[in-house]
Design a protein around this ligand. Structure first.
Ligand SMILES: Cc1cc2nc3c(=O)[nH]c(=O)nc-3n(C[C@H](O)[C@H](O)[C@H](O)COP(=O)(O)OP(=O)(O)OC[C@H]3O[C@@H](n4cnc5c(N)ncnc54)[C@H](O)[C@@H]3O)c2cc1C
Length: 478
């Protein structure tokens, strides 16, 4: 069946878009964490939308299952095929052209294989910014960001990928093309299909291009790190910083001491801007695109720098922080972010961590953290709880790393620990996936936790758009 498919691709498109060499294929068959490995008959690398449409038409007649893939930085195994070797990966990597960049309209229309960082660099030349940013920005693609409704470090101020997108071009399972790329800011003509495809992880259609809206590039930023003893102080501090800055907080990230110890151990060259540290640190950034903020006051500091310092002084006198440091220049700012951006890699190198991506309502996050920590400690009191991340979004990577001295029973305890984390989450009516999606990792959990009527409608949508279950089968809907 699949051989017929590939023969038809060769005949109707070109042999050169098909990759079959095992060594070349290898990195496409394993996920970033190394948790999912699959097999595939081939990888297809189309260069335009018409080719994707022809591929899907042939897939439809030949009943060929297709797994779309972008930069393969996804963390739930969504872009990795199963092990049967029957699927074909459709990589969007070669569809990496800019279709239109309009600084006047503040929009960019790009093919899906464009790398996020390349879009950042391009639009910044015109003093504009695409606010989505995450540690995988050098490898993840715009198509993958849309397919996962990626969140990242600036959601607090700018929202996730849904909020950045004005329109999509999508190829459906039968090869039909939906083109809604016109850069319209308002369009109330019926159902919003765009938001159905965003976050659908390749199960409803292949996103081939998108129209994204841009904002002014921040002209000035102020970034600080503060030490807090209790998680619950973070929420008070967030509220204070929003008030001090007039809602100009871009990022508000938390990292516990346990995590910092691991980052510094795994990457000894990373500078330690704050010593000693205990409890947790907050990494906070405010920004403004107002040019008059660049003007120095009499003390030679930017307006935002003053705001940050006044806020920290107040926080210190209110006993909410025990120590703080403000980045004095761009290289210090980068050094602060290096700590946060290396956190996923550091825990991966340290041991085989238990990873989660949970969210609860923001005002309950500290309570959840404390409750879940106690529950985890009941199973394994030497394991290291590394709940870090986007505290401003109520989203934590509540990860648990094996005891420093090693634990011979770690593999047995993993399932139990994961269970108590999710049981704790249920008590707080949280989400099992705040930003990474469902992929193949959480399909069973989705059935068990989603409102049954909601899940039923999701399966009906899947069946109506992809009745033969050719697009990314077994992902999201099992
Ligand atoms: C170090 C690190 C840090 C990360 N930090 C964050 C973070 O802060 N926030 C966050 O949200 N995520 C984060 N991620 C996860 C990941 O980077 C995002 O999910 C990203 O959006 C995936 O993009 P990608 O191009 O790599 O997609 P892939 O991994 O290739 O694919 C992801 C899913 O989308 C589907 N897909 C890909 N392209 C298309 C397309 N064109 N059309 C239809 N379906 C498609 C795939 O089938 C798969 O289901 C991080 C990952 C790493 C490794």
């Amino acid at each position: 069946m699949a051989n017929n498919f590939l023969k038809k691709i060769e005949a109707q498109i070109n042999n050169s878009i098909i990759l079959k060499d095992e060594t070349i294929m290898a990195p496409y068959l394993i996920d970033w964490r190394g948790n999912f490995r699959g097999n595939a008959k081939a990888i297809l690398m189309p260069t335009d939308t018409q080719m994707v449409s022809t591929i899907m038409q042939i897939a439809d007649t030949e009943n060929q299952t297709i797994v779309p893939q972008g930069g393969n930085t996804g963390l739930v195994g969504g872009g990795i095929p199963d092990q049967t070797g029957e699927s074909v990966i459709l990589s969007l990597k070669k569809m990496n052209s800019i279709i239109e960049f309009s600084p006047e309209n503040r929009t960019i229309i790009a093919q899906s294989g464009c790398i996020l960082q390349q879009i950042h660099e391009l639009v910044e030349k015109q003093n504009l910014c695409l606010p989505l940013t995450l540690a995988a920005k050098g490898s993840c693609t715009i198509g993958g960001n849309l397919a996962t409704n990626a969140g990242g470090l600036n959601v607090l101020r700018y929202g996730s990928m849904r909020e950045q997108c004005l329109g999509l071009e999508v190829v459906l399972a039968d090869g039909a093309i939906i083109n809604q790329l016109e850069p319209l800011r308002k369009d109330n003509t019926g159902y919003d299909l765009k938001n159905l495809f965003i976050g659908s992880e390749g199960t409803l259609g292949i996103i081939t291009a998108s129209c994204l809206k841009l904002v002014s590039k921040p002209k000035v930023k102020s970034t600080s790190i503060a030490v807090i003893e209790k998680f619950e102080h973070s929420l008070k501090l967030l509220e204070m910083l929003q008030n001090y800055s007039g809602d100009q907080v871009d990022s508000f990230e938390i990292m516990p001491k346990t995590l910092l110890d691991i980052v510094y151990k795994q990457f000894p060259d990373i500078s330690q801007p704050i010593k000693p540290y205990s409890g947790f640190i907050l990494l906070m950034e405010i920004s403004s695109s107002k040019s008059d903020n660049l003007e120095d006051n009499t003390l030679g500091k930017s307006f935002l720098q003053n705001i940050m310092e006044c806020f920290l002084e107040q926080a210190y006198s209110d006993n909410l922080i025990s120590n703080a440091v403000v980045a004095q220049n761009e290289s210090q700012r980068q050094a602060f972010w290096t700590i946060r951006e290396n956190a996923p890699q550091a825990t991966k190198q340290e041991s085989w961590p238990i990873n989660t991506d949970i969210s609860v309502r923001r005002d309950k996050l500290a309570e959840f953290y404390n409750f879940a920590s106690i529950e985890v400690a009941k199973i394994c009191n030497k394991s290291r709880i590394c709940g870090y991340g986007h505290v401003g979004d109520g989203n934590l990577h509540f990860n648990v790393v094996e005891a420093e001295e090693g634990d011979p029973n770690w593999s047995d305890k993993r399932a139990q620990i994961l269970q108590v984390i999710y049981d704790s989450l249920e008590k707080f009516s949280g989400s099992i996936s705040a930003e990474h999606g469902i992929g193949q990792l959480k399909t069973n959990q989705l059935i068990n936790t989603k409102d049954p009527n909601h899940y039923h409608i999701m399966t009906k949508i899947k069946n109506s758009l992809d009745p033969k279950n050719l697009l990314n089968p077994g992902r999201i809907i099992n």
